[in-house]
Design a protein around this ligand. Structure first.
Ligand SMILES: [Zn+2]
Length: 80
């Protein structure tokens, strides 16, 4: 058996605040990134449910080190 989405499916939740999937642990989130073969994606903590993790693409300003992830994602939080 190779690792696939079934491997992480039991450990994910839908985050209504961010309208995207969230993962139970950073390890699970990073495994999902590996499955997607998206090395430029990163795991970051959900700001609404801090015990959950999201994955997303790193903004160019973050890759260049001009801003921190907290500065970027902190401003993007919506509760709608
Ligand atoms: Zn979230």
């Amino acid at each position: 058996m190779t690792a696939g989405f079934d491997d992480v499916r039991g450990h994910t939740w839908w985050c209504a605040a961010h309208q995207k999937k969230s993962y139970a642990t950073r390890k699970t989130a990073r495994r999902a990134i590996r499955i997607l073969c998206e090395s430029r994606m990163r795991a970051y903590r959900c700001t609404v449910l801090p015990e959950r993790w999201h994955i997303g693409h790193s903004p160019p300003v973050l890759l260049r080190g001009e801003r921190t992830a907290n500065e970027i994602y902190g401003e993007k939080v919506t509760y709608g």
